[in-house]
Write a protein that binds this ligand. Structure first.
Ligand SMILES: [Mg+2]
Length: 117
């Protein structure tokens, strides 16, 4: 079973993503902030991380930089309510960029493409 880590400071998003991705057959853990996300990276060893950009403690783009130095091959999907981040150079280090929506079709398609299923 592939493991996915969801890092997002919005509880509603964490609940929605966890529920829907578990239904897709993934093992899912959630982190409510950047610090938790970094701790779970080593404790949970996910196959993929869905990373919110705007979080109160550490910016998702900064976490992405850290991931690229320590977990170079870990697929990262950036998730934001703001499509303008897509133009940010820092997002180029991610494997996909998904604009947040209550319809998870785009997110699920990106996950399937990356995990090769
Ligand atoms: Mg947020």
């Amino acid at each position: 079973m592939k493991k996915i880590l969801v890092a997002d400071d919005e509880e509603g998003i964490r609940i929605l993503y966890k529920e829907e991705l578990e239904e897709e057959g993934y093992e899912v853990k959630v982190a409510a902030n950047g610090k938790e996300a970094l701790a779970l990276l080593t404790a949970f060893l996910p196959d993929l991380i869905i990373l919110d950009i705007k979080m109160p403690d550490i910016n998702g783009l900064d976490i992405l930089q850290q991931i690229r130095t320590t977990f170079r091959d870990l697929p990262v999907i950036l998730s934001s309510a703001y499509p303008e981040y897509q133009q940010n150079l820092a997002t180029w280090a991610s494997d996909a960029y998904v604009v947040k929506s209550s319809n998870l079709a785009n997110l699920k398609a990106a996950i399937k493409k990356i995990l090769g299923e």
